[in-house]
Design a binder for this molecule. Structure first.
Ligand SMILES: Cc1cc2nc3c(=O)[nH]c(=O)nc-3n(C[C@H](O)[C@H](O)[C@H](O)COP(=O)(O)OP(=O)(O)OC[C@H]3O[C@@H](n4cnc5c(N)ncnc54)[C@H](O)[C@@H]3O)c2cc1C
Length: 312
């Protein structure tokens, strides 16, 4: 028998949208607003909800994929020649206005010069965003009905009893952290630490009272250096760190794998932490939290949002 919860789970499908407008939020962030009749049915869930952008890789690649739409689209996708199949890139649904069917995506313009020219390291997503003109078409993959939870690509699942919430990440995690913070109910102590390329990227957020957001400008320092220090400081201030170091039997070599370790929904911890960003940086944070500070893993979500030197 099918349970009620299962029947409410969304189906993932392709949405055809067009660019309504773009807005340069800061030196590193470009907001791309997508719209179109199809987008009225996009299943927005809020918080850190992720979805996929489907980006062309030569002439007809996206059209071919759409022609293969259906429950086994991914199998068909994988069967397409690698050199011509569309690029899939994961982004956060920063905001959605159902009344006008508009979805905001805040894209980090990595590898894009000030005049909008991509360099050799720029990827298809940043390149697409930098040249997105109103009216240009794009395809997304997302849920077909509103909802909340893992089925919708939401990882933010703090236990109801959590009285301390801690978030940290780099610029790619800013849209997710902003979405989470802006929807918080009053009550818990909340600290968020964000490392972004420069001070001009400290974005204005509409935060509930009492939320402590600490922006860090990376400048010329190595990625993650300041974040590591600020995370340690914040966790000590919050009294989350245990006095004795923990044991991390699963400390793994994450050089090649995907770093994605999130507690089961329904964990019972008073403190819940959420960390995302470049995989090497998050790996170091994971070791620091679990091994050095003895923070129980069941209360921490660690997510590698991208990996230095690898595509996709
Ligand atoms: C759940 C989730 C949510 C995400 N949400 C967002 C979001 O809302 N906004 C956002 O901008 N990103 C977000 N990201 C990260 C984004 O998916 C990656 O940055 C992605 O690799 C960008 O694709 P690309 O085609 O531009 O570059 P790719 O082709 O993937 O990579 C090209 C080169 O650029 C490097 N690179 C990739 N991203 C960056 C970066 N940010 N800074 C510097 N170098 C980089 C790669 O290591 C590679 O060398 C999210 C990722 C996940 C998993």
């Amino acid at each position: 028998m099918t349970s009620t919860v299962e029947t409410l789970q969304p189906v993932y499908r392709f949405f055809t949208a067009s660019v309504a407008r773009t807005e340069r939020l800061s030196p590193s962030f470009l907001r791309v607003t997508l719209t179109g009749p199809d987008m009225a049915d996009f299943g927005f869930a809020g918080d850190d909800q992720r979805f996929k952008l489907i980006l062309p890789n030569g002439g007809e690649s996206v059209g071919e994929l759409l022609a293969a739409a259906g429950p086994d689209w991914y199998v068909r996708y994988c069967a397409m020649p690698e050199e011509t199949r569309p690029h899939l890139r994961t982004y956060t649904a920063r905001a959605f206005r159902p009344e006008v069917a508009e979805l905001d995506v805040d894209v980090v313009l990595h590898g894009i010069a000030e005049d909008g020219t991509p360099d050799a390291h720029a990827g298809p997503a940043a390149t697409w965003a930098a040249s997105a003109d109103p009216g240009s078409e794009i395809v997304l993959l997302g849920p077909d009905r509103p909802g909340t939870g893992r089925g919708w690509g939401v990882e933010w699942t703090p236990p109801v009893e959590a009285d301390t919430l801690f978030l940290a990440g780099d610029e790619t995690a800013v849209p997710a952290i902003a979405g989470i913070l802006e929807s918080l109910e009053p009550g818990p102590r909340v600290v968020a630490v964000l490392e972004v390329p420069e001070a001009g990227d400290f974005l204005p957020l509409h935060l509930p009272a009492g939320v402590d957001v600490r922006w860090l400008a990376r400048g010329a320092r190595p990625r993650g250096e300041q974040l590591g220090v600020a995370v340690r400081t914040a966790l000590c201030e919050l009294g989350i760190a245990r006095s004795t170091p923990g044991v991390d039997p699963d400390d793994v070599d994450l050089t090649d794998g995907i770093l994605w370790e999130v507690p089961e929904a329904g964990a019972h911890t008073r403190c819940y932490a959420w960390l995302a960003g470049e995989a090497g940086v998050v790996t170091k944070l994971r070791r620091h939290l679990v091994r050095d500070l003895g923070i129980p893993r069941e209360g921490v979500a660690f997510m590698g949002y991208w990996r230095e030197g690898s595509r996709g």
